[in-house]
Design a protein around this ligand. Structure first.
Ligand code: UTP
Length: 297
């Protein structure tokens, strides 16, 4: 297996945001779940910041109906800027500037029907073109004191090339909620992936290492997705296409040593809010006190 054509720089990241978000109804009727805030920042901004930190230059959003507000969010708002300037709110102007990708560094395309994650990724094929790309599922919000999750993947990618998947340990009772991998030999800060399966039964799961929503993929995945039949849940599954790609290209894993929050679920979203609020200097002390009072401690 040759790595030579499979270690080109990763410049683009894809963010699939076309899912229906049914677990967040009724809010997701009109507010995309990616725009719900963890403390004061939309969920999508955490993923974009993580990608920027990993050196990503171009941000590709696969949106759907009712998701136009995500595109607006990343646009400049001249009136708001002017008002903040007139009121000498330099700190807020800085917050706005930090949230903003550079002009020309974003692309938006639509998945017209939510046919599954694999289909959403395939919708980005023309914008990504013939180069490796990062894939971030934005409802997974990552918290780390050290290296961001995508950054860790990039470090392994720089050694191995090919395809990379970030994983984490879960309670073995919960494997059937996730894509799960089979771990092979350790390599360059990561390890070989010998197999993967989407939402296995507990007794069939090859490990308790689940795919946590951060990937680096080679462009050949698009050709496989094009012909991919529907899999688990009647959706076009990314994992099935990755399995086929793994027959011809290397896949490595990297264990994320931080905390991830599934903000597509109510519990994960609430946990993320608590964790980030406790961690921040501005909100931490007050929120800690509120929680302690509530718990009667
Ligand atoms: P999820 O399965 O978590 O999202 O997909 P969902 O379908 O919106 O959620 P529920 O189950 O109805 O609450 C993981 C990621 O893939 C995207 C989602 O937006 C999310 O970021 N996705 C999923 C798409 O873009 N298109 C799809 O067809 C499915």
């Amino acid at each position: 297996m040759s790595y030579s054509s499979q270690n080109r720089p990763v410049r683009k990241a894809v963010f699939p945001v076309a899912g229906l978000g049914t677990r967040f109804l009724p809010a997701s009727k009109s507010v995309p779940k990616e725009m719900l805030t963890v403390v004061d920042m939309p969920v999508i901004q955490y993923a974009v910041n993580e990608a920027r930190e990993a050196g990503i230059e171009h941000f590709v959003f696969v949106t759907g109906r009712n998701k136009g507000v995500i595109e607006d969010y990343f646009d400049v708002q001249p009136e708001l800027r002017a008002t903040l300037k007139a009121r000498n709110k330099a700190d807020m102007l800085e917050v706005l500037a930090d949230s903003q990708p550079e002009a020309g560094r974003t692309s938006f395309t639509r998945q017209q029907e939510p046919l599954g994650l694999g289909h959403a990724v395939w919708c980005a094929r023309d914008i990504v073109g013939d180069e490796p790309f990062a894939l971030l599922l934005p409802d997974m919000v990552m918290k780390s004191d050290k290296c961001g999750c995508l950054n860790s993947l990039m470090n392994v990618y720089n050694e191995t090339g090919g395809n990379l998947i970030a994983v984490e340990e879960c309670d073995p009772e919960e494997v059937s909620n996730y894509g799960v991998i089979k771990k092979g030999a350790e390599v360059a800060g990561g390890f070989e992936i010998q197999g993967m399966v989407e939402k296995p039964k507990k007794e069939d799961a090859p490990s308790n290492l689940f795919i946590n929503g951060r990937y680096i993929l080679q462009p050949e995945i698009f050709g496989l997705l094009e012909n991919q039949e529907t899999g688990a849940g009647g959706e076009i599954q990314l994992t099935d296409a990755m399995l086929r790609l793994s027959e011809t290209q290397p896949f490595h894993g990297c264990k994320f040593d931080g905390l991830s929050f599934d903000c597509g679920s109510r519990e994960g979203f609430i946990a993320a809010n608590v964790a980030f609020a406790l961690d921040r200097e501005d909100t931490g002390p007050v929120v800690r006190k509120i929680i302690q009072d509530m718990l009667g401690q």
